[in-house]
Each structure stands twice: as structure tokens, then as C-alpha cells.
Design a protein around this ligand. Sequence first.
Ligand code: ZN
Length: 398
Amino acid sequence: MAHTPSNNPTSRSADSLTRRKLLKAGLAAGAMGACASAPFAWTSRANGLALPGKLKTKRVVLVLFAGGVRTRETLGMPDNVPVLSQMATEGVTYDRARTSNLGHFGAALSIFTGISEARGIRENARGPDPTLFEYLRKDLQLPASDVWISTSGGVQQTNYSHSMHRDYGADFGANVLDGDGIFNREFREILASYGKPKQWADEERKLLAKLRSDLAGAEENKERAKAVATVERYVMEELTRGTADLRGINSGDAKALRVARNLLSIFRPRLLSVVLQQADVAHGSFNSYVEVIRKNDAALGELMQVVRGDPELADSTSVIVLPEFGRDRDLNSRRGLDHGDGSDDLNFVSIVCWGPDFRSGQSVTDAVRTIDVCPTVCELLGSKAGMARGQRLPRLFS
Ligand SMILES: [Zn+2]
């Protein structure tokens, strides 16, 4: 499989690199103790075929290319999605993945829980079933900095981060960040703990001191508070770097993907999920829908550049891309596309799996389900989605 790093020179300025160094140093220091640095252990599963004994995958990027997107406009028209098409030719594609058609929110949540709720899931509320974020954080004892969701949809989508399940829940939730830099309370707490100078080694202290001296008006007697604020500000600036310039029909989705790209560079999380949604403009305009798809594919390309361009990431990162469901077969009276006709265009989507352990250039025609993604991701990372009803995707491994 072609996981060779690209030769693209980095465009980051020296200033940015210094900031990155500081962040990495600070974050590493903050994560000390909490971080699950234990060797990555594998157990084969009794259900289905055993997983390969030793996987290269250490992190997963799960992109919900959502908002209702048909295969017809993606892999069916490779010119719309050159990045995704390239990933498909290098990885495994499932062309007949049955969706859980519960509305955008419920269908996306089903991918995270591995359960298609028959009665549907109420919009704007947390679900009852544990998410893959919770399985992973609990089973693998991952710190919060290892599990993230970058969303396009604002407040409602923070409900993806964890369930109301009594054995899981908030303690094991993902960090949620949207393209405008709004983040949840848990994230603030993480930043605060990273910023505590006490926990920092000498080298990091020096870096921070230098940074602080660069700031006009820094007062020594406010040193501690300043340090926390400084780290927080730099982290936020890094995470949202470049998002302010993003304009246009897919700006929310593009920001979510940009934040995801930055997250990958800075935190190198074990699980990073991105939830897009603006393809849903299709209700009113087919042409705008195609434009969103094309632009989101290009933004996905920027994220993939980070993965491919970093030898460590390229060798250890698996990327899975799928929409939550498709769209109707025929145009509506506004020359748009709704979702509700029960057609195969709506009920089946394509899942693209790209990564160092997967087969290359394979198309699997077996019937699978979008809820199979949750157990697949959990098992890839050494956990098990105990309550999920989906199963690990078949014929995935090389
Ligand atoms: Zn819709």
C-alpha cells in the first residue's frame, strides 16, 4: 500500500514551529501520569475471524462525510472526489453499506454507538448507548486528549461525545471542538491542567518563560494565571489555525476538517472523528450539494496530506470515511434531493477504509452496515464495543 510520505515541503513558519514545540512539550508534560503509555496489546476476538496478531494501526481518523451523501456523487463520479477515490484505490471500499436512516443526528449517532435505534433517537439529546469514544477511553484508559470530535454543526453535535449510559458517560467522553473554536467544558479543564506550571519539567518551564517574556505587559505576580491563559490561547490558536479564512458554501465543514487536521498534528490522538453536514444543502439545490461534496473532498485532502506527509502518522493511522445515509433517487420540485424515499440511493452508502493494515484496492460487495464501523474501530485499537450490534467489517485486513 502506498503510504510513502509526500515530498511537500512544510509551509509552517519558524514561529509556528516554535509554538508547536511548546505545545507538544506542554501537552506531553500535562498528560504525564494519565497517559496510557502501556504497550499496545492485542487480543483476538472469538466472534468471526481473528484479527491479525500485530496491527500497525495506532490511531484512527473517522470522517462522517455526512449531511446525506449518495455514492452516485462520490465514488460514482470520481472527478467530484479525487481524494476519496485515491483512498479507495489504496484501501478497501464497501459499496453496499446499509444505513440507519433515522434522520441526520440519529444516523450519525448510530455509527458512533454501533446500534441502530429502532425507535429513533431524539434530536438534541444524548443517547442511551455507549459510543465508541467511551468504549475506547474506558477499556484502554485513554486520557481525554486522545479522543476528539471535530464538528461542523455547533452545540447539538456535542451530544455525540458521550452517552447517558451509567457505566460509561461523561467521564469517558470525547472532546468536542467546532471550527469556530467553541469547545466543551471538559476541554477547558484539560487545558487548565496542561497549563499548571508545577507539572512542567524545567525545559518546558523555560520555553514558557520565554513565551511569557514575549508578551507585552506580562506581570510576574500574575505569572501562574498568565501561564495557564497563555497555554490555553496558544492551544486554541493552533487548533483553529487557518479556519478564519475559510469561506463559502462548505465553510463549516471545511473548518471542522481544518481543526481535525490541526488536532492530528498537535495531539496525535488515538481516535479523531470529524462530522460534516453541509451536503444537506441538497434539499434545496442539487448543484450546491455537488459543490459541497467537491469542496469537502479537497478539505479532506488537506487532512490526508498531514497523514501521508508524516512518516509516523502514515505508518500508524487508519482513516475511515462514510456518510450517515444517502439521498433520494429523484430530484424534488426545487431541483434538490431530499432523503425519505426508501431507495437504494438512500439506504446504501459506501465506506472507504484506508490504512497500513488494510488490503489495497479492494472493493467488497458483501452487505455490511454503517453500524459495523463502531466495532471495527474499537477492535482496530484494541477495545471491544460490548453493546454494539454491528460486527467488524469483513475482509478488511491484508
Ligand atoms: Zn436533511
